[in-house]
Write a protein that binds this ligand. Structure first.
Ligand code: FMN
Length: 195
């Protein structure tokens, strides 16, 4: 079962991508196969012109179509998810997320836009027919730090949220696709966001 790790940050290095790959590593440890897609690596002109026929965009959409679940990570830009991510969501078919689970992650400069994933991204995912959008994880810049000396340092509250998100995603996947393996009731997360 493949899970797509979709990054919508135009930056390198990227805090939101680091959160994404942290979650991806946890999913791999649970036995899932993950594939990565960075929207910034796709041809910009084709994205901006919504060129549905471009071979690289077709290949990217195919990657998404083959995944049972998607972890989407975005920076918060101007109180919303990134425009780069929107250019990719715009070229998906209307039911492009049908049958898929989605775990949204975001990083922002402050807590001011803690709810941006819920008020901005979630309606778009619903319009694309996502089966289930899991509670999102939001971290501020100070909660996701990286240095040569210490490597990736994520605030313990965010690590906890990421672990919950990953386990919730795995439990939902099992109950949907391998119900005979589902022994425990699907866990409920209590809060939607952290910061
Ligand atoms: C153009 C731009 C707009 C931004 N707008 C916001 C914003 O509205 N709210 C916020 O909390 N952070 C904002 N930020 C800060 C980024 O969301 C934050 O630094 C984020 O962690 C960057 O993620 P990345 O490293 O994955 O690109 C903005 C940053 C940039 C460059």
């Amino acid at each position: 079962m493949t899970i797509l790790l979709l990054s919508g940050s135009p930056s390198t290095p990227s805090r939101s991508s680091r959160l994404l790959h942290y979650a991806g590593d946890k999913l791999k440890a649970l036995g899932y196969h993950t594939v990565s897609l960075n929207v910034k690596d796709l041809p910009a002109q084709a994205l901006l012109h919504a060129d549905f026929t471009h071979p690289e965009l077709i290949a990217a959409k195919q990657k998404l179509a083959e995944a049972k679940a998607i972890v989407i990570a975005t920076p918060i830009y101007k109180a919303s998810y990134s425009g780069l991510l929107k250019t990719f969501l715009d070229i998906l078919p209307q039911d492009g997320l049908h049958g898929k689970l989605v775990l949204p992650l975001a990083t922002g400069g402050s807590q001011s836009h803690l709810l941006a994933l819920d008020y901005a991204l979630r309606p778009v995912l619903a319009a694309l027919s996502a089966d289930h959008v899991l509670p999102s994880v939001y971290a501020t810049d100070v909660q996701v730090d990286w240095s040569e000396q210490h490597g990736l340092q994520i605030d313990p509250s965010i690590i906890k949220r990421l672990h919950e998100g990953v386990h919730y995603l795995a439990a939902r996947l099992i109950s949907l696709h391998e119900p005979e393996l589902s022994t425990a009731p699907v866990m409920r997360m209590q809060n939607r966001c952290s910061a």
